[in-house]
Every structure is written in C-alpha cells, then in structure tokens.
Design a protein around this ligand. Structure first.
Ligand SMILES: Cc1cc2nc3c(=O)[nH]c(=O)nc-3n(C[C@H](O)[C@H](O)[C@H](O)COP(=O)(O)OP(=O)(O)OC[C@H]3O[C@@H](n4cnc5c(N)ncnc54)[C@H](O)[C@@H]3O)c2cc1C
Length: 408
C-alpha cells in the first residue's frame, strides 16, 4: 500500500508476474511527491550512484539492490524518454514529472491493477499465512474524519507508505505504525533534505541570491559534514541542493547543541591559491575603496554583506585596512561562519532520516525479517539519499525488488 514512487514500481512489477494486485492510496491521486519532485521536472535517478550518497545506520546493506537497478532501463521499457545531465542527474526528456507518472499509470491500467484512491490502510494483523487489512475511506473534505471501510484479506503486503516529510503531499507516520504492529522497530525520525534557518542578518540580506559554494556544518569546532553545489539564500536562511545535503547532520546536531555553518565562496581554490589571488589583486587597487575590490568578483549585495560581516567600512581605501587585511579577507572568503538556528521542519523536508532498520529486511528482496509475506520499501526504511535523484532511485529500486519477490 501507498501509491507513491516505490508503491507504483512495486505494483507494476508484481502485476507483470501475474499476481493479483490491489494498490491502496489514502490520497485522492497517485504519485504526489513524484509530481512535485525536481521542481516539477522529476529528477528520477542519477547515473553516478555511489554508496556515500546514502545515509542511515547501515545504508551499505542495500548497495547491491541500488546498483543493480537501472532507472533508465525501467522507464525506457515504459516508453519514457530520459536525459542525463552533465552532473549525472536523470530527468524525463520532456522536462515534466507528469510524464513519469503517466507511463506508470498507463502500465497499471494495462496490467489491470485495481487502484483504490482515498483508501487508507488503518490497521494490519496476521491471518493464517496472510494478513487482514482494515481500510478507512478518506473523504475529499479535509475537515471530515476517515470512516471505517472494509477488511481486506491479502496473501502478501508491500508497505510503501513513504516518510514523514511534506504531509501536504501524503507524508506521515502511518506506515511506521503499521510496520510496528507487525513486529518491526523504527529508529528516531528526523527531517532530511530540509532548508536551514540562520540567525545572521548578513546572510538573510542576500535573499534571492544563488551561487556555487562549499558548505560545512560544525558542532563545537568539529566538522560534521560538507557539501558543494548551489546555495540559495532566503529570507530565513539557506536552501538549495548544497544546503539540503548537509541538513540531516545539521538537524541531528541541533538536537545536541549549538551548530555553526561555514560558507566557502571559492571552493575550487586551495587556501594558498586564494591567498595568492587576493594578494595579487590588492596592490593595483590599494588607493581605491574596499567595495571596488570586489568588482568583477561578486554581485554588489554579496560584497556588501561580506564587508559588513568583517566589520569593515566599504568606503575606506584598501591600504588603510592594515597589513594582514588581504589574508583576513582570503580566510573569510573560504570560511564565512554563521549560526544555524534550526530547520524548516517536516512541512519542507524532502526526505526522512531514520525508519525501519536495514537489518530487519532482506536487502535483496526487501522482505520483512519479522513477518513472512510482508515487504517494506522506499522511505519507510532507515535510508535517505542526497539530493540529485538518489531518493527516487532507491524508491524505484526497492519497489521493483519487493514487487518481484512478493509476486514470485
Ligand atoms: C517536494 C519534493 C521534491 C522531491 N524531489 C525529489 C527529486 O527530484 N529526486 C529524488 O530522488 N527525490 C525527490 N524527493 C524525494 C522523493 O519524492 C521520495 O524519496 C520518494 O517519493 C519516496 O517514495 P516512497 O514510495 O517511499 O514514498 P512516497 O512517494 O511518499 O509515497 C508514499 C505514499 O503512501 C501513501 N500512504 C501513506 N500512508 C498510507 C496508508 N496508511 N494507507 C494508504 N496509503 C498511504 C501516501 O499518501 C503516499 O502517496 C522529493 C520529495 C519532495 C517532497
């Protein structure tokens, strides 16, 4: 149950093996996160899937399933044309996530999979070798409560209920409760791939600016993780892929104490190389005001925020700033510290850290080790990927493996 990425892949695969498949989705449409993914373009996979792109207590357990699955092949068989960008991210060629959902829905129709929308799996229990599943009817109107519907007997059940992020797109914890009812444990859940809140006014002033940067997260003075890529400055702090990729560690560290971030505005330079670059620009501009130093280097709003962060006066000539000013500036350009004060929370978390531990399922078939005939896929498991198509890749891969195993 669950008509998201992994549930759709599982239903298609199980039905191809001639099993009678019913897909339960508590929302009133399928694949809501798929549609929203990649800002409507659906970054459905990545052609450079590496173990370090996945996190959790034991993500390496799924290494084989993840590397065996080729999203391009799976989708090309469904008729979807894909394109791989220079950085490895894979998208539908037409640039529309709707196309991904369309080919999956057409296949469900062709295979005569029974799709029940507004059907919530409310409780599950063992019944002989199979299961009894109690379902609720979910009304269209949000203010009305779900009502008890029916009890479905099932031989096998695939739990594909997703994670807790983006409740407005179907996220929630009901899948974890169903897994627990059948003997599974669930490690603590926390938001991942979530924008970060920053206190410093200098950072917030840059609202709307996007740039390529390095980003580190520090707890105490210890580096917890780092990323490199696009950073988006917002009126509350930072977003963009490079921020999302460090957010799981930042959120977990915030639960233990203060957290700092550090921006590197020249990630392609070594510290010595950047010192030389800054020192080399200094003499020719020594009589000019500090703000002119950054002409041709940064947008004006960024230079103004940087100058403020150093406590310098933008109108002062460079040669009045003291002997080691160029060294201090070079250092600041690669280590611009700020306080991370929080994260945006579940409503903006594109993934969930934590879940059903990897060692409670067979890593090839995604079969439960607690309840025979049960399978768990996608975000329900304690695995979360970096931004760049890794989460959908895991969802398709686990759904396909579980669908295949459940039907055989
Ligand atoms: C805005 C946004 C953008 C994203 N962009 C990308 C991207 O570009 N690339 C990428 O790789 N990843 C992206 N992700 C992450 C990716 O969408 C998810 O990791 C992936 O969808 C997880 O698949 P899933 O099948 O585990 O869960 P989901 O896709 O969340 O599906 C779970 C489904 O189960 C249903 N459900 C839950 N409980 C029940 C129940 N009790 N009974 C019946 N149905 C139930 C839910 O309504 C939901 O439809 C994005 C996520 C978001 C929110």
């Amino acid at each position: 149950m669950g008509g998201g990425a992994s549930g759709l892949a599982a239903a298609v695969t199980a039905a191809r093996s001639t099993a009678q498949v019913t897909l339960l989705e508590r929302g009133h449409s399928l694949g809501r996160k798929v549609l929203a993914s990649g800002a409507g373009r659906c970054n459905l996979s990545n052609d450079r899937i590496l173990p370090e792109n996945y996190h959790g207590a034991r993500p390496a357990a799924f290494r084989e399933a993840v590397s065996r699955f080729k999203a391009e092949r799976f989708f090309s068989e469904l008729g979807l044309l894909t394109v791989t960008e220079a950085d490895g991210r894979i998208f539908p060629r037409c640039g529309k996530s709707q196309a991904v959902l369309d080919v999956l829905k057409a296949e469900l129709e062709r295979l005569k999979v029974e799709v029940r929308l507004g059907a919530e799996a409310a409780a599950i229990e063992r019944a002989g070798p199979g299961f009894k599943l109690r379902t609720n009817k979910v009304p269209w109107k949000k203010e009305e409560a779900p009502s008890a519907d029916e009890v479905l007997p099932c031989d096998r059940v695939i739990l594909a209920c997703g994670g807790a992020g983006y409740p407005q797109l179907g996220g929630g914890e009901s899948g974890y409760a169903l897994a627990k009812a059948l003997g599974h444990s669930v490690t603590p859940l926390s938001p991942a791939l979530v924008p970060l809140l920053v206190k410093d006014a200098a950072i917030k002033r840059l609202h709307g600016l996007r740039l390529e940067a390095g980003l580190r997260v520090l707890g105490g003075q210890r580096e917890l993780c780092r990323s490199r890529g696009e950073v988006l400055f917002t009126d509350y702090g930072l977003s963009g892929p490079a921020t999302l990729d460090v957010s799981r560690e930042a959120v977990q560290a915030l639960a233990k104490g203060p957290v700092q971030g550090s921006l590197d505005l020249f990630p392609e330079f070594s510290p010595q190389g950047l010192r030389a670059l800054v020192a080399g620009r200094w003499p020719g501009r020594s009589k000019r005001p500090l703000k002119d130093f950054f002409l041709g280097m940064f947008p004006a709003q960024l230079s103004a925020a940087l100058i403020d962060s150093l406590g310098w006066d933008a109108s002062r000539p460079l040669d009045s700033l003291g002997r080691d000013a160029s060294g201090r500036l070079a250092e600041r350009l690669q280590d611009w510290r700020f306080e991370v004060s929080g994260a945006r929370g579940w409503s903006e978390a594109m993934a969930t850290a934590g879940g059903v531990p990897a060692d409670e399922v067979d890593p090839r078939s995604f079969a439960s080790r607690k309840a025979e005939g049960l399978y768990l896929t996608g975000e329900m498991l304690d695995v979360d990927g970096d931004s760049g198509g890794f989460n959908l890749h895991f969802a398709w891969a686990s759904g396909l493996a579980a669908g295949h195993a459940a039907a055989s």
